[in-house]
Ligand binder design. Structure first.
Ligand SMILES: C[S@@+](CC[C@H](N)C(=O)[O-])C[C@H]1O[C@@H](n2cnc3c(N)ncnc32)[C@H](O)[C@@H]1O
Length: 276
């Protein structure tokens, strides 16, 4: 898939997924979105700051930023998905939202802080997005980024993706940026440094996420994924599909409590902070 094709498909997926993402993840007390508090604290958002939240999605980070900057501050959320922006606007009357591609940021003003949570790996030209973020910061500006750890450190995804890759060769179409392309301190740090940022610091945190039993994990995954992915699973013959499900079950077994059958996955995330 070429870059333009990927970006179009990714936005169609996010326009479909945004309401499900919001319902499924944003109000959970366990799981990866616990990183939001660490991100805002680590990047040092202060009262009165002007903050840009890149790939703001349905507005979780944006909402917490509004509380952190207070009445004297300014928060702008930017996302390429119109349906995510619509949801974000409904829940955040005090922030401004713009429909924008992270690779083409062009703001007339400069910000004290830029945040970008769980999105950098989606940008095919992430270096360009990072350079644009740097240009949008004041000379004393700070940036905070959160990404997922590697597949083995995020078995919620790893258990399914590893199995699906065997049964459905084009499950993730060729040319799609990998979810774990910035999953180590070295890879993430190097990309941010080469965009010109200084004082780059990355720390790892591991959260827990329990999707319930294997049956609810698998059922909720199928309900959540975007149509093009779901249709590839549906296209498998009955026997192959059963084999796929059993392989995912085996992958999830190390995280499954033998008595209750409840799965508890670790979920590693990387939190980066940097100065302009
Ligand atoms: C996993 S969500 C994260 C949303 C939010 N930052 C959060 O932590 O809840 C990823 C978001 O990245 C957005 N996104 C993906 N590619 C983008 C791009 N090129 N420019 C702007 N937003 C993009 C998607 O529309 C989606 O809302």
């Amino acid at each position: 898939m070429d870059t333009a094709g990927y970006k179009k498909a990714n936005m169609e997926a996010w326009n479909e997924l945004a309401p499900r993402y919001h319902r499924r993840w944003v109000n959970r007390v366990d799981g990866p979105l616990q990183s939001t508090t660490s991100l805002i604290r680590d990047v040092g958002v202060a009262e009165g700051d002007a903050v840009l939240d890149v790939a703001c999605g349905t507005g979780l980070v944006t909402k917490m930023l509004v509380s952190a900057v207070g009445d004297a501050g300014l928060v702008v959320g930017a996302d390429a998905s119109t349906s995510a922006i619509r949801i974000a606007k409904r829940g955040n009357r005090r922030a401004l939202f713009v429909n924008a591609d992270a690779e083409n940021l062009a703001f007339a003003r400069k910000f004290d802080v830029i945040t970008c949570q769980y999105a950098l790996f989606f940008f095919p030209d992430a270096p360009r997005a990072l350079r644009g973020m740097r240009r949008s910061l004041k000379a004393s500006g700070r940036m905070g980024i959160v990404v997922h750890g590697g597949r083995d450190r995020v078995p919620y995804y790893g258990a399914i993706l590893d199995a699906a890759a065997k049964y459905i060769p084009d499950y993730i179409p060729e040319g799609t940026p990998q979810l774990d392309r910035y999953s180590t301190k070295d890879k993430l740090g190097a990309e941010v440094r080469s965009a010109g940022f200084s004082e780059v610091s990355v720390r790892r945190r591991t959260f827990r996420y329990s999707p319930g039993t294997f049956e609810s994990y698998w059922r909720d995954y199928l309900r959540y994924v975007a149509r093009p992915i779901r249709s590839k699973i549906d296209a498998l013959g009955r026997a192959r599909r059963r084999e796929l499900v059993e392989e995912v079950r085996r992958n999830a077994e190390p995280y499954t409590d033998g008595d209750s059958g409840v799965i508890t996955f670790p979920w590693q995330v990387l939190i980066l902070t940097a100065m302009r």
